[in-house]
Design a protein around this ligand. Structure first.
Ligand SMILES: [Zn+2]
Ligand SMILES: [Zn+2]
Length: 189
């Protein structure tokens, strides 16, 4: 329940109780769109409290405001909002998702049988790194949930080069050569 300040009574986070004067927050900060400490809206964020029913956030780069499990700042590409309540297996840094619509394939009904909303199948890829993993992987999937694959950075690089080799062969009417034979993608110590 909101108390007189609008911050929920159980918001015991020291940032809220000691330093945050909610009367001074901007509309963006009050609506959860900007960090309540620095006003930034383009940093990875973590929720620190509920204000008038809306989660408010701070940048994870402010060390005191990270969830207790997040002992390092987020990588620059992370856009995930992390919470103390995240399950251990869900404690992932994630980038924005890059989307490629596939316009030559059957469109997907994203609505219901009675109210169909057809749109193109989309290939999606983003960076994912569990906070305890040494290196991110690239997750590739589609909007039909037909598959979801995780590629190491080396594997993603091989796959990207192979796609480009096929595109090049088609556009130049030449025979494709494999630019990245399988063994070369592995970094051998
Ligand atoms: Zn901030
Ligand atoms: Zn993160």
């Amino acid at each position: 329940m909101p108390n007189g300040t609008g911050v929920t009574a159980d918001a015991t986070n020291p940032v809220v109780s000691r330093t945050l004067n909610v009367a001074n927050l901007t509309p963006q900060q009050r609506s959860g769109l900007a960090c309540v400490l620095c006003g930034s809206s383009d940093q990875p964020m973590t929720a620190i409290a509920i204000l008038d029913g809306v989660q408010i956030f701070t940048c994870t780069t402010h060390p005191a405001n990270r969830p207790a499990w997040l002992t390092q700042p987020c990588p620059a590409w992370c856009v995930e909002k992390h919470h103390d309540s995240d399950d251990p297996e869900d404690r992932n840094h994630r980038s924005d998702t890059l989307i490629t619509p596939l316009l030559t394939m059957d469109f997907i009904n994203y609505g219901s049988p009675t109210e169909p909303q057809f749109g193109p199948l989309e290939l999606m890829c983003d960076l994912v790194r569990h906070h305890l993993e040494a290196e991110p992987r690239i997750n590739i999937g589609d909007t039909n949930d037909a598959f979801s694959s995780f590629l190491s950075l080396g594997e993603a690089e091989q796959f990207a080069w192979r796609l480009l080799a096929l595109v090049h062969a088609a556009r130049t009417s030449t025979i494709p050569t494999d630019p990245a034979p399988a063994d070369q993608g592995h970094e051998l110590a």
